[in-house]
Design a protein around this ligand. Structure first.
Ligand SMILES: *[C@@H]1O[C@H](CO)[C@@H](O)[C@H](O)[C@H]1NC(C)=O
Ligand SMILES: *[C@@H]1O[C@H](CO)[C@@H](O)[C@H](O)[C@H]1NC(C)=O
Ligand SMILES: *[C@@H]1O[C@H](CO)[C@@H](O)[C@H](O)[C@H]1NC(C)=O
Ligand SMILES: *[C@@H]1O[C@H](CO)[C@@H](O)[C@H](O)[C@H]1NC(C)=O
Ligand SMILES: *[C@@H]1O[C@H](CO)[C@@H](O)[C@H](O)[C@H]1NC(C)=O
Ligand SMILES: *[C@@H]1O[C@H](CO)[C@@H](O)[C@H](O)[C@H]1NC(C)=O
Ligand SMILES: *[C@@H]1O[C@H](CO)[C@@H](O)[C@H](O)[C@H]1NC(C)=O
Length: 412
């Protein structure tokens, strides 16, 4: 007991040390600021040069405790910290997700914070994220659910960047947000099956007729090469029917595959690309598990044949809907475990399962257009219980992604 220095004695040493550190950081900052364009370099043993990164201060409460499963937890009401932005503060939001503007009467869905059971998530800090992304590219690859995550990410960071120093461009199948002063880009890439398909046109894709090339990915993957942070997701496009038309090899040999079998083959094609093309030293890969749908309300209450329409509160009891296919989840787990490259799972399925209240419902779009008055009167047929309102659930996926990137940056 007595060997421990008293807090006072401790402080005697801490104060000068802290001052010295502050002065050091101050000098470092001046050097760094003066070298805005020339940036500091230091020589590596091998003879190469490496850019010295600007330090990010990571406080104690931003550290995720080791061993904590951040995907295991609950939604807590917190209208002080959430939402992290508003529809008005993010003019870049597309009308597909601006549910309030589109007439949604309640805004409770914006006020929930994800609270892991074993630890806290760091509070989202756009400046720190931009620092992590300095001279780098973050790319989200997948379908329109993933596009929602992209839109969310753009909103989360854009407000700290002055006018004229940011841009959002459409370069199909990509959308690219740039933060000039950081030379950072946040991108979205449309590839609803990850592998090639006849639905790959970013704006004019066939929805009813689907044909997937299970063994072809290079048309897409050549545009993923060298990207620093990649986040993949693919699910809902597979789940249209129990079988799906696909080819393997010969393009003329079209066969109907059991969806789970097709998904497995496609994911293996993707995995093969990951293992042969990703350099783990300077690239990081994430795979986001399925975003749940809420199509049948009898699954969470005594339903009336309705869906997510009219839901204003998260589910508070253990819940897993039939929309999140366990066979597919198992395939994802198996394939990722067998990879040589470390791919991090963003296992957002369970947490999002609770959020029956978060979908666009009748306050979104169908076929690129807001619902008409008549369609809104028929939520059973027209409510969108797949996509999410923003601000909303995808912001939390990004808070988690940010949390993980911040921990990695700290350890680097
Ligand atoms: C936040 O939530 C509390 C508790 O429900 C409520 O009393 C308060 O009015 C809310 N504040 C705002 C700004 O919405
Ligand atoms: C800007 O970022 C790209 C990657 O996104 C990188 O290849 C390039 O070297 C960066 N430019 C500078 C001047 O650092
Ligand atoms: C892939 O690219 C090739 C050459 O550009 C093209 O012929 C082929 O149709 C593309 N595949 C798909 C699925 O779009
Ligand atoms: C969309 O694609 C279809 C079939 O490929 C084509 O007939 C149609 O002209 C395209 N529409 C637009 C607006 O490009
Ligand atoms: C597969 O394609 C055939 C021929 O176009 C079509 O009749 C069948 O309905 C398709 N199957 C599925 C599951 O879409
Ligand atoms: C597809 O395969 C899975 C797993 O092998 C099986 O559980 C499921 O019943 C199959 N579905 C169909 C429609 O054959
Ligand atoms: C994701 O979490 C669920 C439990 O919520 C688990 O059953 C599943 O195996 C996990 N998926 C992966 C790919 O790790």
């Amino acid at each position: 007991m007595t060997t421990l220095p008293s807090p006072d004695r401790h402080n005697q040493y801490l104060l000068p040390a802290a001052l010295a550190l502050l002065i050091f950081i101050g000098c470092l900052r001046i050097v760094l600021d003066n070298s805005k364009n020339t940036r500091l370099f230091f020589r590596l043993a091998g003879g190469g040069y490496r850019v010295l990164r600007r330090p990010i201060r990571v406080s104690k409460d931003e550290i995720i405790e080791k061993g904590c499963d951040i995907f295991d937890g609950k939604w807590v009401w917190d209208n002080l910290s959430h939402p992290l932005y508003t529809e008005k503060s993010c003019p870049l939001l597309v009308k597909q997700v601006t549910c309030l503007k589109n007439g949604r009467p309640d805004s409770y869905y914006q006020n929930w914070k994800w609270q892991p059971d074993g630890c806290n998530l760091p509070r989202f800090n756009a400046l720190k994220l931009l620092e992590i992304l300095r001279d780098k590219r973050l790319m989200l690859v997948g379908d329109s659910v993933q596009r929602g995550m992209f839109d969310s990410m753009v909103c989360l960071v854009q407000s700290v960047i002055p006018e004229g120093k940011k841009s959002l461009k459409r370069v199909p199948p990509r959308k690219i947000f740039r933060a000039e002063e950081y030379n950072a880009s946040i991108e979205y890439y449309w590839a609803p099956f990850l592998v090639e398909s006849i639905s790959d046109h970013a704006t004019n894709h066939t929805v009813l007729k689907r044909l997937v090339r299970l063994d072809s990915i290079s048309n897409h993957s050549k545009q993923w090469e060298g990207v620093d942070f990649l986040v993949f997701e693919s699910y809902v496009w597979w789940m249209y029917k129990p079988t799906i038309n696909a080819t393997y090899g010969n393009l003329n040999n079209i066969q109907e595959y059991n969806v789970t079998k097709a998904y497995k083959i496609a994911l293996e094609t993707w995995a093969n690309w990951i293992d042969t093309s990703i350099n783990s030293h300077n690239q990081k890969v994430f795979f986001m598990t399925m975003s749940p749908t809420h199509l049948w309300n009898w699954e969470w209450k005594t339903g009336d044949g309705g869906n997510c329409f009219g839901e204003t509160q998260p589910i508070q009891h253990p819940y897993w809907g039939t929309g999140s296919n366990l066979d597919v989840m198992g395939i994802v787990k198996d394939v990722l475990e067998r990879l040589r490259v470390n791919v991090r799972v963003l296992n957002i399925t369970q947490m999002s399962e609770y959020r029956k209240d978060g979908h666009a419902s009748i306050y979104g779009e169908r076929k690129g257009k807001l619902l008409t008055k008549e369609q809104r009167l028929d939520p059973k047929n027209y409510a969108d219980c797949i996509h999410w309102c923003l601000p909303g659930v995808p912001d939390t996926w990004n808070e988690i992604l940010y949390g993980v990137l911040l921990q990695d940056y700290r350890k680097f």
